[in-house]
Design a protein around this ligand. Structure first.
Ligand code: SAH
Length: 247
């Protein structure tokens, strides 16, 4: 039986044994054992109709590789479809964002289509309400790793999974910025100290420093994020690294 917060993940894949895989460990694994989420991996091959259990065929128009058949994928999808959003992993999809992760985590779960070979017959995306998502501008051999990434990001946000830490409004991307850098003991390591402000006990100064670092690091490391961030025009950071550099 599932609890009130169960986030139901159904993964359509040619490699169901890849699930829960790494999500059976650590935070996600504990949450799975506690039924805070569920994991159901469905083999697309079970929906093939010929005796060879064929799921793919050669690309129309020619070219390398194989394409996942729309009829087989649709049959697999239709067998599990309900009120959950249906996602497909593809490098042609919209880049996955923390905002999308957060909205998915607040819903009933998700159905994830994992591609293989050259990907899906495009007609599946016209025929069914599927949101295409990419986990980044590089090419994987299959959608399974993408599904694991997406699920990991969602699961840590589920109620009771990470406790106070997951409310983390400071975390990278939650504010449209990267998070500020962290330090811990020992106070001196290989001659390097922790920024003085973090040892000051002055909470106002600490939070001002963290804000400045988040802004400065975002501007330097991720000008694309900084460009989109509201603070970019009104509050240009300057000199954060110079001020905190340790001799
Ligand atoms: N021929 C395709 C790549 C296919 S890779 C192209 O050039 O666009 C095989 C499968 O891996 C895809 O169908 C998709 O499910 C998955 N995949 C590859 N890269 C991905 C990415 N960046 N994000 C999400 N899924 C990806």
């Amino acid at each position: 039986m599932t609890g009130p917060y169960t986030f139901a993940a159904t993964i359509l894949t040619l490699y169901p044994d890849m699930f829960p895989g790494p999500l059976g460990q650590s935070i996600a694994g504990r949450a799975l054992a506690e039924a805070k989420w569920s994991c159901n991996a469905v083999n697309i091959r079970d929906f093939a109709t010929d005796k060879h259990r064929t799921v793919d065929d050669t690309p129309a128009g020619g070219g390398a590789g194989m394409v996942l058949r729309a009829d087989v994928v649709a049959a697999a999808l239709d067998s599990v479809a309900d009120d959950r959003p249906i996602l497909a992993m593809t490098p042609r999809g919209a880049p996955l964002t923390q905002a999308r992760v957060r909205s998915l985590a607040g819903g009933p779960g998700t159905i994830i289509l994992c591609g293989r070979f050259e990907g899906f017959d495009e007609r599946i995306f016209d025929a069914r309400p599927i949101e295409q998502l990419s986990i980044g501008d590089y090419v994987l051999s299959g959608g399974e790793m993408g599904a694991l990434v997406l699920l990991d990001a969602c699961i840590r946000l589920l109620p009771g999974v990470m406790g106070a830490a997951s409310s983390g409004v400071d975390e990278s991307f939650e504010t449209g910025l990267l998070e500020y850098p962290h330090y811990t003991r020992p106070p001196v390591w290989e001659g390097r100290t922790i920024p003085e402000v973090l040892r000051s006990g002055d909470h106002a100064r600490i939070s001002a420093w963290r804000k400045l670092m988040a802004e400065t690091d975002t501007r330097l490391r991720r000008p694309d994020l900084w460009e989109r961030h509201d603070g970019a025009r009104v509050n240009p950071p300057s000199g954060a690294h110079e001020q905190t550099k340790e001799e």
